[in-house]
Design a protein around this ligand. Sequence first.
Ligand SMILES: [Zn+2]
Length: 387
Amino acid sequence: MNDSIKLGRIAGIPVGTNWSVALLAMLMVRYVGFDLLPVYSPDLSFTARLVLGGIGTLGFLLSILAHELGHALVARGYGLPVDGITLWFLGGAAKLGGVSPSPQAEFRIAAAGPGVNFVLAVVFAGMAYLARALEAPNAVVPLLVLLVIINLLVLCLGNLIPAAPLDGGRVLTAMLWRRSGDRAQAISVSAWIGIGIGTAFTLFGLWRLFYVDGGGVGVMIDITTFLTGVFILSLARQELAHAAQRRLLREFTTASIMKSSPPALLAWQNVAESLDRIAHLPQESFSVIDSNGAAVGIVTRNQLLSVPMWERQPMPLTDLVVSLGEMESAFADDTLEDVAHRVFDSPNRLIAIGDGSGQVLGTIDLPSINAVMNPEPKPTVTASPIR
Ligand SMILES: [Zn+2]
């Protein structure tokens, strides 16, 4: 689901689309303009069918976009990073980083998308009612009713099926999490339901495809049902793996894998002097102290080495230091389940572990967390060239 085409930004959130949307749009124009509307208005010209099909399709795509914006804006309100929104063949996706800070946040972020579509359904229903009262042309009311059905049944209720990765699955996760306090367990439950629902969609799509003659558009709907099932299945499996990882990370405190900071670097020295000091040290990250001995921040070996040779002498160390204020931090008795996502989201893939009084006890970086998650190094497979 990568963006192939960038469409711009809405409220600062990048919006893009995948080429597969073109396929979705063509199917939709074909269905709305050439199958559905002629039933109500048989004398529509080819151009009118194309234009009305296009308007219906645009309404559909904008409803998906509004759904994803609902998720993204509420997530941003909770301080979670929002990478952007992508539209693709099976709908849309809001790429959200981080982890919901609370069950309530998880609930609201998940419910926001379907909530937006419920409101849109009411708006389109009002417009349809008005169009009928004003005796609008025959095709207008069915077009608006279609948008009501899409928003209400597909985008709102369809997404509220309580199976991860659907929004309803996240709502269920939030409710179970709130009740038990165990997020990993809650994710597992919705993911298993997701595996059930995904399997059902996959099999139903296959059954329809081979045993029921659905006709032109019907076949495309069956293929879409099948693909949706496969998509739900694969994401539900990812969620299960994610829950298992959380359980594993819970076994460790930050203190148990923390790398203690070596004798600190001195804030008033330059990059070249600092590199000399750490030349024989094994550590990868260092705390930096001021002339009073107070910690001012963290610098990594990679940061120091990335400075070009000729700039190392003139550049003060303070130019590179990531101050403790800017840095994600945690306490020594936090579990890795609580802090892992902060390491993933931090710019240096590194967080500081403090003792609560402003002193840095050490750091945790991404390789340390990966080592916990994959305890046994995978055997390297070397492919032999085909001759
Ligand atoms: Zn959603």
